[in-house]
Ligand binder design. Structure first.
Ligand SMILES: [Fe+2]
Length: 266
């Protein structure tokens, strides 16, 4: 089965003129917008096959229901926030509820695992991010997983701990489940607390929505871009595989992270 539309996205021939142009376009979007979205990256057959696998494993998804601040910590006192102000973004607690199908529940021969192990994809994403040494993750639960959002699930505003995330939209929800973001509120060394507070207070004037339809590949600079997934309604699950990478081989999550997202350490 052809997994990637290589006519539209020549990731197998990055050295060619069209390959170089693709990389240059992606590098520019990532630098300017903090995001690269490639619509129709997967073929319709691949989307259908991965959706089928996701549905077959939904009952095995572990649901993480947690409270966090935008910085994904637990709002520890004394971290620089105003302790007398419950609306200070460094202290304000937000809800997240999201499921994940762990790597070890995925078919090792399935389309999703095949896509992840396809070397040209790793090389392509590394090239977009400017890493000559770029490797797939090695976590037994989280290297490759599928995020699942059902009725009432959402991921409230936050900055990621990792510099970037790579995800694929396989199935959108009936209602909600939109990936929204606000750029310019954090850079290395600066955080715009007042700007974050405005967003948390409901100001949507700077909020952008990622055009993330089924079959799209997204590379997103989540560490410095405030983002959320809006609440899902309806019976159709939102299914989003998460592909992890690192600049060193063999990278894995801590036991604490595995416990949080998959409810177990192995
Ligand atoms: Fe995130």
């Amino acid at each position: 089965m052809q997994l990637v539309d290589t006519t539209r996205y020549p990731v197998e021939s990055l050295g060619s003129a069209v390959g170089q142009r693709l990389i240059a376009d992606c590098v520019r979007s990532y630098a300017n917008d903090g995001a690269v979205v490639l619509p129709g990256f997967l073929t319709a057959d691949a989307v259908e096959s991965i959706a089928r696998e996701g549905h077959a494993q939904i009952s095995r998804a572990f649901f993480c229901r947690s409270e966090h601040t935008v910085f994904l910590d637990e709002g520890r006192p004394g971290d620089g926030g105003n302790e007398s102000d419950p609306f200070d973004p460094r202290r304000r607690m937000l809800q997240t509820s999201v499921g994940s199908i762990a790597n070890d529940f995925l078919d090792p021969q399935g389309a999703l695992q095949q896509l992840y192990e396809w070397a040209p994809l790793t090389a392509f994403i590394g090239a977009v991010l400017g890493h000559a040494n770029f490797h797939r993750g090695a976590d037994p639960l989280g290297a490759l997983s599928i995020n699942v959002y059902g009725q009432g699930d959402l991921h409230e505003w936050h900055f990621d701990e990792s510099q970037f995330s790579v995800t694929i939209m396989i199935q959108e929800a009936d209602v909600g489940g939109h990936f929204e973001y606000v750029s310019g509120l954090r850079s290395d060394g600066h955080v715009d607390i007042a700007g974050i507070q405005q967003v948390l207070d409901g100001d949507e004037s700077q909020v952008q929505r990622l055009p993330f339809g089924a079959g799209s590949l997204s590379i997103f600079a989540g560490r410095n871009t405030l983002h959320r997934v809006t609440e899902v309604a309806g019976t159709r699950h939102r299914l989003v595989p998460v592909l992890t990478y690192a600049t060193t081989p063999g990278s894995a999550n801590s036991d604490a992270v595995r416990e949080l997202f998959w409810g177990r350490t192995a």
